[in-house]
Write a protein that binds this ligand. Structure first.
Ligand code: ADP
Ligand code: MG
Length: 251
């Protein structure tokens, strides 16, 4: 795989549109995420946030436009999708761990199948990541025995086990009990501080304020705000009416 030059964005979304039948769910969306940048995506339910983030990982297709991740075109039929997905680790609202595999086996599977690592190497990498998210003591446990916050930390460790160049999060804390939100946001904050490129769909505006570089606001399939977080939060009066309405409900 050829790495993109330092100056080109890690993720580039160019004029992407998507329809489900007659229903347009993404409308000419364009944005870029630079290497090391953290971008929060927010907006009302049904505005297309999940769809947008999933197109970056080729979990959703799109009919118009182009998405380039680290110099590789996502929509190109010749792109090796399992490898592409490994470059952009995805974390979902409902964890999506394999329930029949232990925590450590959840972390080994992709490394062995996609990256062709030996079981020994995959295990060593998996244990190091579990250590990092504070769960090494639970390596042999099954996901169902862990709390939601612990399962989400396992899911983050699993995504990291593929050595991704960027991480995509789709409402990673919205299915968690309130007391577990912080432990997950702390892991995400550490990742951001270490320089990980991140696209995060979340309504945790505290996280956006403290950790994001930029905030995107979506409404009805369109990106209607895409600005530095200071502009987003400190100049609310200059924002689109839809954005102000949204912020007035959640801030
Ligand atoms: P968000 O994540 O912002 O809540 P989504 O990306 O999940 O929004 O959905 C955007 C729009 O696409 C919604 O109107 C939703 O109903 C529609 N949609 C999502 N998935 C499908 C699907 N598989 N088939 C048809 N419509 C869908
Ligand atoms: Mg969603």
């Amino acid at each position: 795989m050829i790495s993109a030059p330092e100056s080109s964005p890690m993720i580039e979304i160019r004029n992407v549109s998507k329809w489900y039948g007659p229903h347009q769910v993404l409308n000419a969306c364009s944005t870029q995420v630079a290497k090391g940048e953290v971008v929060v995506v927010c907006g009302p339910s049904g505005s297309g946030k999940s769809t947008l983030i999933k197109t970056v990982n080729a979990l959703e297709d799109f009919q118009q436009g182009e998405i380039i991740v680290n110099g590789i075109s996502v929509g190109d039929r010749r792109t090796n999708l399992p490898r592409l997905r490994a470059t952009t680790g995805m974390v979902f609202q409902h964890f999506e761990l394999f329930p029949h595999l232990s925590v450590i086996d959840n972390l080994c599977l992709g490394q062995m199948q996609v990256l062709k690592r030996s079981r020994t190497d995959a295990r060593a990498r998996g244990l190091a990541l579990l250590e990092r998210v504070g769960l090494v003591a639970h390596a042999s446990a099954f996901p169902g025995t862990l709390s939601g916050g612990q399962q989400q930390r396992v899911a983050i460790a699993r995504a990291l086990s593929m050595d991704p160049l960027a991480m995509l999060f789709d409402e990673p804390t919205s299915a968690l009990d309130p007391e577990m939100v912080t432990e997950v946001l702390e892991v995400m904050t550490d990742l951001a501080r270490e320089g990980m490129t991140m696209m995060v769909v979340t309504h945790e505006m505290g996280f956006a304020r403290h950790v994001a570089d930029r905030v995107i606001f979506m409404d009805a399939g369109r990106i209607i705000e895409d600005c530095p977080k200071s502009e987003f939060f400190d100049h609310v009066e200059a924002r689109h009416e839809r954005t102000r309405l949204f912020l007035s409900k959640i801030l």
